[in-house]
Design a protein around this ligand. Structure first.
Ligand code: UT7
Length: 332
């Protein structure tokens, strides 16, 4: 049982994506693929690609500025910044430190976390627990990734899937009954090899050989991850719902990780949700990793789909393999 001093939830959200758009037609000129294959197998039509001088902390800071404005919080008021990413600017310092500098958030502690595409929900959970305990008051949770830098642009089985972006949320105390109601975070470390970046770490440092064998790019067994995703999305959502005495019918807006329209559709059917409750923007951005859920959440809110007191469910899966779901009652 956790000790909870007060309720905590999202005060404001924000997103940032690069300007450059890469369409399926562009990809047809790069690898042996087709708009028809990509659309029917994934639902993706286009994705954003970072400029050469753009790094993860740039997108993260831009998304954070939007969230701070929405929340009415000044950067100096932040006391903790958590950045979920698998593509930090550099191994160290943490991207959260770079975001702190860019925002001028001099009073914030900082750390990064690595949970793949589940990362933002992990960060949100940590942010909310920090505020609920009374230890922190204004926490910034960011999901940001530039997967284009670790994508093998000669591998058609992965290069059509990913895009770049960042999404963020400012977390603070909210009125009792609102905010984060329950989460379910988990991992299946034994399946980590299904989605990995093999070289460049302490196990296999960068060398001429690792470059030659293309081990600095994403290596994924797509169909195995697909099966895991379809199973876990429904299971973890049900677990979170049970924790707060709810069922799928109580969900007003379902915001899933935007990896593949077929995975989203399978999860929707397993939970018995009507189409209009599911927010989908995978067609515009592809899979933006840790940024996917907060980008979708921000778009869902700004388009008027999420209103005060709505029950919002966030659910993701990713490298680890990890999963994470969260149930929120929207509003302060
Ligand atoms: O955030 C977590 C990150 N990971 C994921 O979300 C990945 C989850 N997995 C998926 O979304 C799907 O497994 C994929 C979209 C990656 C692949 O879809 P699939 O239906 O599992 O296709 P497949 O890998 O079984 O491949 C089917 C065929 C193969 O050809 P053969 O062997 O049947 O002749 C592939 O070579 O499609 C071929 N193929 C392509 N064809 C055209 C694979 N990629 C492409 C491509 N264009 N881009």
């Amino acid at each position: 049982m956790t000790r909870k001093l007060r309720a905590a939830g999202i005060w404001g959200t924000g997103l940032a994506v690069p300007e450059r758009v890469l369409t399926n037609a562009d990809l047809e000129k790069m690898v042996d693929t087709s708009d028809e294959w990509i659309t029917t197998r994934t639902g993706i039509k286009e994705r954003r690609i970072a400029a050469d001088d753009e790094a993860t902390s740039d997108l993260a800071a831009a998304a954070a500025r939007h969230a701070l404005t929405e929340a009415g919080v000044r950067a100096e008021e932040l006391d903790l910044i958590i950045v979920a990413t698998v593509t930090p600017d550099v191994s160290f310092p943490a991207t959260a430190c770079l975001v702190q500098m860019k925002l001028g958030a001099a009073n914030a502690a900082t750390f990064d976390l690595s949970a793949g595409c589940s990362g933002f929900v992990y960060a949100l959970d940590m942010a909310v627990r920090a505020v609920e305990s009374g230890a922190y008051n204004r926490v910034l949770a960011v999901g940001a990734d530039i997967l284009s830098r670790i994508t093998d642009w000669t591998d058609r089985s992965t290069c059509v899937l990913f895009g770049d972006g960042a999404g963020s949320a400012v977390v603070g105390p909210v009125s009792e009954g609102r905010g984060l109601l329950a989460t379910d975070l988990g991992a299946e470390g034994a399946s980590g090899h299904l989605l990995t970046l093999p070289a460049g770490g302490s196990r296999k440092p960068a060398s001429a050989e690792t470059i030659q064998s293309r081990e600095h790019f994403i290596l994924m067994q797509g169909n195995e991850v697909f099966k895991f995703a379809v199973r876990i999305m429904g299971e973890t959502t049900q677990t979170s719902l049970k924790k707060c005495g709810m069922g799928p019918d109580d969900i007003d807006v379902f915001v899933p990780h935007q990896a593949n329209i077929r995975i989203i559709e399978a999860a929707r059917k397993r939970l018995g949700l009507p189409e209009e409750k599911v927010f989908i923007n995978v067609q515009s951005y592809g899979n933006t990793s840790a940024a996917s859920i907060p980008i979708a959440l921000d778009e869902a809110f700004r388009s008027g789909k999420i209103k005060d007191d709505d029950i919002v469910a966030l659910v993701g899966f990713g490298a680890g393999l990890t999963w994470a779901s969260a149930i929120l009652r929207w509003g302060r």
